[in-house]
Design a protein around this ligand. Structure first.
Ligand SMILES: [Zn+2]
Length: 615
């Protein structure tokens, strides 16, 4: 596809959690505790504000939900619960945000004013999120020219949804209030690959500060996409660059397909009569097992889409059909989706029933009959699907969509209007002097750091590994203090630890920096062999023991004992001695016997010697 000809427009918004304590209180941002209790709340909107509530906010409010907040010993307090006013803005977090603004060549306001942004989806017990603009009008160099940076904000992370049941949503307060840097680009992105490049560049820039969180969920992208005659669609919560690229591609395809459908509906003079029928009776007594299982205890409603025949079965993007697109509007209100005459009704064993239904509703060959079944939210679901079908004749509705793993998206809610903001009166504004900005150091770019590491003797691969690791800071701190060669050190700190996670599900997070350094030092000083690294880490983590204790119990084998062990193995496997591949075949059994107490290179040396002697 030629994206320029399509009138492609795209901007991204990047949200990166910072590796500091929380923004407005002193709670930890680590998110590794279990909850210790919960608080129940019902959010109400202030009546005066209702009149000017934007559609997205109203939508959430009308769903009338109850919220449960999980509280944590060190990761939430009265501030998250809105029972205590926010403390001052965390200076360290502001410093990082200013640093990022400087890296992106932004103008920094002379005075930074914390604001409140209304949120009533329950993700913040106060009903608003605090945010502050720290930079604007910046730019980022990319391979396809400069991409404008509209704003850099420092804000508080929302609470995350832990579960939903009926009208109750449960949130975890441990995530609420973690400092987040939000970077919004101008719609200058030129295509899916360019979207990826832009996100990747900004991500690297953020990591170069050395003060951002790592791991799943710590960086998220929202992407805005539209094509000519299409609409602005916001896809939320992308966490993977491959998926981001695919999502942009598929969203363009979706809009393009929907515009084709619009043209066809026009040609066919399609219409939606609007009458909704109660059709429980048509299905009563059906011997379909799907009816028994899914429909029987629900109310069933049906309506006709005139002239839509065949279109609901059409694939619009990434394997999803137009019928599925409509179905998600029903799902958003509670019912499980829709059943329609454009799909294989044999699957539901409901062929005869739908024939009766078509007759009863006087549907013609070129029409589609849509059925929605449910209890709660049924009327809203029917209305939403009919409205969405109506919109298909006019174009594409602007909306917020959720991202899926395969790059497709699902309807989430209407696109919010411009967020309404009010000054946060509990937190004083912060003056940023020119002097202060001048003194903020811009970190070296990751590309530059990589170059230096390669010059120090690392392979490109190992340089990438350590730059991408949350241990990078620690590595910089210790590399000159240890005598071991830097490749060996990085290999242990990245490849070996990753391998351990894959094989034994042991994460670096379970190991304190201090323990790790102690193990590395012991290896460096020859107290324990390099090959026992994995074993020691495992014993420390699994046994909840200190590195010192484990190291003291890990003896290195002396050469004499090693030789004895090798000879024992060779005697057992005497018949292999004459074999051309004796060394290859014997190395495994010998290593097993030695059990990581001596380095592989030493073992192989002794083994070769002994094979020669004994054959
Ligand atoms: Zn707190």
């Amino acid at each position: 596809m030629n994206y320029e000809d399509l009138g492609f427009k795209c901007g991204i918004e990047i949200h990166q959690r910072l590796d500091t304590r929380k923004l407005f209180c002193n709670c930890s941002s680590s998110m590794d505790e279990e909850p210790e209790g919960e608080v129940k709340r019902k959010l109400g909107a202030v009546p005066g504000e209702m009149g000017e509530m934007d559609p997205a906010a109203l939508y959430e409010f009308l769903r009338d939900r109850c919220f449960v907040y999980k509280i944590y010993p060190n990761e939430s307090c009265e501030v998250e619960l809105d029972e205590e006013p926010p403390h001052e803005v965390r200076g360290e977090a502001l410093e990082i945000a200013l640093q990022v603004s400087k890296m992106l060549d932004c103008d920094v306001p002379y005075e930074i004013q914390p604001m409140r942004k209304t949120v009533i989806d329950g993700s913040n017990p106060s009903g608003f999120q605090r945010t502050m603009l720290v930079g604007l009008d910046g730019e980022l160099d990319t391979s396809k020219g400069s991409v404008g940076v509209e704003n850099v904000c420092l804000e508080e992370e929302s609470a995350q949804i832990l579960g939903r049941q009926d009208n109750t949503v449960t949130y975890g307060l441990n995530r609420l209030g973690i400092p987040l840097v939000e970077i919004g680009t101008a719609p200058d992105i030129k295509g899916p690959e360019h979207a990826r490049e832009t996100a990747e560049k900004i991500g690297k820039m953020l990591r170069a500060t050395g003060r951002v969180q790592r791991g799943i969920g710590s960086i998220r992208q929202d992407v805005n996409v539209s094509i000519e005659d299409g609409s602005r669609i916001e896809v939320k919560g992308l966490q993977d660059l491959d998926i981001l690229e695919e999502t942009v591609r598929l969203e363009v395809e979706r809009q393009w397909s929907l515009l084709k459908i619009k043209e066809e509906l026009e040609e066919r003079s399609a219409s939606i009569p609007g009458e909704v029928f109660d059709v429980d009776e048509v299905f009563e007594g059906s011997d379909s097992s799907f009816y028994e299982r899914v429909l029987k205890d629900k109310d069933i409603k049906a309506f006709v889409l005139k002239g839509f025949g065949g279109l609901l079965a059409r694939e619009i993007s990434g394997g999803k059909t137009f019928g599925k697109e409509l179905s998600e509007y029903a799902e958003a209100h509670g019912p499980g989706g829709i059943i329609h005459t454009d799909e294989d009704l044999g699957r539901y064993e409901l062929v005869d029933e739908f024939e009766d239904l078509e007759e009863e509703l006087s549907a013609e060959e070129e029409d589609v009959v849509v059925v929605v079944a449910g209890k709660d939210g049924l009327n809203e679901a029917v209305e939403a699907v009919a409205e969405r079908a109506e919109e298909a004749m006019e174009g594409i509705p602007e909306e917020t969509r959720d991202s899926n793993e395969d790059g497709t998206t699902s309807y989430l809610r209407p696109l919010p209007g411009e967020a309404r903001m009010y000054p946060e009166t509990d937190v004083p504004p912060i003056k940023v002097s020119e002097e202060r900005m001048k003194n903020i150091e811009v970190p070296e770019s990751l590309e530059k750091k990589k170059e230096e590491l390669v010059n120090e003797g690392l392979s490109e691969h190992l340089a990438d590994e350590i730059l991408d690791s949350r241990l990078y800071g620690l590595f910089e701190e210790i590399k000159d203090k240890l005598g071991m060669d830097v490749s060996t050190l990085v290999n242990l700190m990245t490849v070996e630890l990753k391998d351990l996670r894959k094989r034994k599900d042991i994460s670096v997070k379970d190991l304190t920096d201090r323990d790790l350094v102690e193990i590395l030092e012991a290896i460096d000083e020859g107290e324990v062999p390099k090959d026992s690294f994995g074993d020691i880490v495992e014993k420390v983590v699994e046994g909840k023991r200190s590195a010192e204790e484990v190291i003291s119990k890990t003896e290195a084998l002396d050469e004499e004992t090693l030789e004895k062990m090798v000879v024992e193995v060779l005697e057992e496997k005497e018949d292999l001695l004459g074999d051309e591949k004796a060394f290859k075949k014997l190395m495994g059994p010998v290593m097993q016997k030695v059990g990581g107490k001596v380095d592989g290179s030493k073992v192989s040396e002794v083994l070769k010697e002994k094979i020669e002697e004994m054959k």
